[in-house]
Ligand binder design. Sequence first.
Ligand code: KG4
Ligand code: ZN
Length: 331
Amino acid sequence: MTILAIESSCDETSASVCVNGKIQSNVVATQLIHEQYGGVVPELASRVHQQRIVPVVDRALQEANIEKNALNAVAFTRGPGLLGSLLVGTSFAKALALALAIPLIEVHHMQAHVLAHFIDEHRSPRFPFLCLTVSGGHTQIVLVRDYLDMEIIGQTQDDAVGEAFDKTAKLLNLPYPGGPLIDRYAQQGNPTAFQFPEVEMPGLDYSFSGIKTAFLYFLQKQTKANPDFVAQNLPDICASIQQTLIKILLTKLRKAARQTGIREIALAGGVSANSGLRTALAEMGGQEGWNVYIPKFEYCTDNAAMIAMAAHFKFLKGEFTSQEVSPLPRW
Ligand code: KG4
Ligand code: ZN
């Protein structure tokens, strides 16, 4: 069972080949053009996907040492994501599947982030597990009963936590995506230097828009008193904001684990690359008696290997997609 998978939902053009559930290649081309605009520009993203998709797929096939004719299915991210970006991957996948007369498999991007945990079979969580899925567009606590049986039991009601990282970074004049930079500066800072308010949300839901506004007012006040405040305190500011975001994430996750009685706890999505979050989750896991699963860095941010993995499980269940399919940006 040889599957070619394509991911193009946001600003990474990626292709991966998977044979019998084993990843043979995972080529990721990240678009750097958005850095200068302080965020992903959808129109530019889709154009860059168009330029990159053929060479990226070619490389993924070459690295896996697979001829096109050996493929048994083509998988693609159907959503959620940017419409123009999704269209490139979807159209390419449809055309290739049609030309090779093989089935198409649509994949849900967030489900794929969770299924990235099965890429390395020696480090996979056991069912049922909870997955804290944190990316640029989503923040969810997912109850995973089986490969394709997932329920969102808590989620953000406004901004995603990745957005909170990126927006605070933007206020600090750091380039997009700011999350990794906050992470880097935070490593040299004092996480208790500054305090930020935490918004209480009912149940297992999150909210991150309030903290962004609080951070804006905090910066305005501090820079009015001292114009060099940011330059003089960047590591402490980053460490403090990061610590607050992590605390919000993990407090709710702990509540979910205690409520459900589940002790298999996984982390997924771009923000799972955050070193502070990885350490804090491992620590909480130790205190709470959890088995904690943290993905390898290459499978945290967007990649086609996770799409291939999800497609593998869909192939096994015979879940194929018709040629009539179109992208679902808000799936
Ligand atoms: O999963 P992903 O690659 O794309 C989406 O599906 O959105 O997640 C991207 C998000 C961005 O907000 C980025 O700033 C954040 O993940 N991110 C990080 C780190 N690496 C990526 N946030 C905090 N610390 C990091 N090390
Ligand atoms: Zn993602």
